[in-house]
Design a protein around this ligand. Structure first.
Ligand SMILES: [Zn+2]
Length: 494
């Protein structure tokens, strides 16, 4: 090896486990009647229970349990008929009780998995557990108030006691891309089954990643580093990518990896140390004395199963079988509401055209207005009206260009497609006489192009087609146009 060559880099094998916190879509908090959704006013949604006044007792939110059961069913996890709550003790100002009620040694569900797509095909990342717990409040270190000195931190307990479920994966994720794929699938699933809005920007879905590396796949797992509070799928992928490289560099230098918790710093694009990693004993877990066992009977099980919608992967497979192209099926099943909008349209028009127009024009309009796929059913043109337009396109009564113009008009008007086509004069020119007249005029006024065509440059024919299309505003049927040009060239005597 010459001195100019860099030494061969040691290959490392990453091991990644993901812990995801999803806020459950309930109206009230986990153990008290305080509302989950409040305005901006700090500490408005608090009561003696979530503020841990002495003498108060928690009452378990039944809906939170049903939602966690629905997620467990959707991931093929085993729901335990008897699970328990524990206290996880730690001191932090955003935690009014001084402990968090969570499930520790007896979670509501174990096992199951999330199927992800990888370059090598689909693969299931198994789940260790799904458990219920309450959220902590929020500390505000940069206070927005002019009369509060910058040395003072404020606390907002509106979020304290909001129901969460934690989804813990087995350490089976191997790359940053797989982690992103896992989170994308999990987020879609949570939304599809109405368990969580899984909005990462609002902090309603948060991910911690445990990352370790080893020098061969046969070695035991290396020391893991936890990266906390990743709030976008892109950051998760970037943080894991960076952390793998950081640990690999350490190993190459012969250093030991330190068990710790790190944070992703987007500004410097690297993970930075946060604190030493706590172990379970640091939390002095013990059974929550104020709550009995969580027992789930057959009736409750049936109730959770009865409200389960078709799962996204099953729905995607069904769309593929109906002839929807793969990339469209992926887009259309990104949200249940979008898939509903598409299927209601496709029930009344061609599947292929419906897929094409919903993923094209409809989504483009929504994206421009920052409307999410979950709000697809609020698109101003109902599936029935869109289907009316698509049927005219399919029958060749209007061109695709005219179709876009009609759709734009339909967004601002309650009128049906047919009425707007008539009103705007966008119907196809099927009158052969009119096309002949236009074709003859163009042929007569373009001697140069005619000469080229006659000298054997048959590609010039396309130029004539383009001219007629332009003159007729794209409303003429292409095959009728070709026939008209052929007739015009035959009768033209130069
Ligand atoms: Zn409360």
């Amino acid at each position: 090896m010459s001195s100019l060559e860099t030494p061969e880099r040691t290959r490392v094998f990453p091991v990644i486990g993901l812990e995801v916190h999803a806020q459950l879509q309930t109206r009230s908090k986990m153990f008290c009647p305080c509302p989950v959704t409040v305005g901006d006013e700090a500490n408005a949604a608090t009561c003696p229970i979530c503020l841990a006044f002495p003498g108060t007792l928690p009452v378990l939110n039944r809906e939170a349990v049903t939602l966690a059961m629905r997620l467990a069913l959707a991931t093929g996890s085993e729901i335990h008929r008897d699970s328990r709550f524990s206290r996880k003790n730690y001191f932090y100002p955003d935690l009014p009780k001084g402990y968090q009620i969570t499930q520790y040694d007896r979670p509501i569900a174990t096992g199951g998995g999330i199927e992800i797509d990888t370059p090598g095909g689909s693969r299931t990342i198994r789940l260790t557990r799904i458990h219920l717990e309450e959220d902590a409040g929020k500390s505000l270190h940069d206070t927005p108030f002019a009369d509060v000195p910058s040395t003072v931190s404020l606390v907002d307990w509106n979020r304290a006691g909001v129901p969460l479920c934690e989804i813990v994966s087995e350490p089976e994720v191997r790359t940053a891309e797989e982690a992103a794929s896992y989170l994308t699938e999990l987020r879609r699933l949570l939304r599809f089954i109405g368990v969580s809005d899984a909005d990462m920007e609002k902090g309603n879905l948060r991910c911690d990643a445990n990352v370790s590396v080893r020098l061969s796949e046969d070695e035991p797992f290396g020391t893991r580093v936890e990266i906390k509070n990743l709030n976008s799928i892109r950051f998760v992928a970037k943080a894991i990518e960076h952390e793998i490289e950081r640990q690999a560099e350490s190993l190459r230098r012969g250093e030991r990896i330190v068990l710790e918790t790190r944070l992703w710093d987007e500004k410097s694009s690297r993970t930075v140390p946060m604190r030493g990693k706590e172990e379970a004993q640091d939390y002095r877990y013990f059974p929550e004395p104020d709550l009995g066992a969580l027992r789930i009977d057959d009736a409750w099980m049936s109730e959770a199963a009865a409200t389960m919608p078709e799962l996204p992967r099953a729905r995607r497979a069904r769309l593929l079988a109906a002839g929807v192209p793969a990339s469209d099926a992926e887009t259309l099943t990104s949200a249940r509401e979008l898939a509903d909008y598409f299927e209601q349209t496709a029930a009344l028009a061609s599947t292929r055209l419906a897929a094409n127009w919903v993923t094209g024009e409809v989504l483009r309009w929504m994206k421009e207005r920052r409307i999410s796929a979950e709000d697809a059913l609020s698109f101003p043109v109902s599936p029935a009206r869109l289907a009316g337009l698509l049927r005219m396109l399919e029958a060749g009564e209007i061109s695709a260009a005219s179709g876009k113009e009609v759709l734009a008009a339909m967004i601002d008007s309650p009128a049906e497609a047919a009425a707007l086509v008539t009103e705007k004069g966008l119907g196809r020119i099927s009158d052969a006489g009119e096309l002949d007249r236009v074709a003859s005029e163009i042929v007569a006024s373009s001697p140069g192009q005619v000469a080229l065509y006659r000298s054997g440059k048959t590609a010039t024919f396309g130029w004539f087609v383009g001219q007629v299309m332009k003159r007729t505003g794209g409303r003429a049927d292409p095959s009728s146009v070709r026939e008209a040009i052929t007739r015009a060239l035959e009768t033209d005597n130069g």
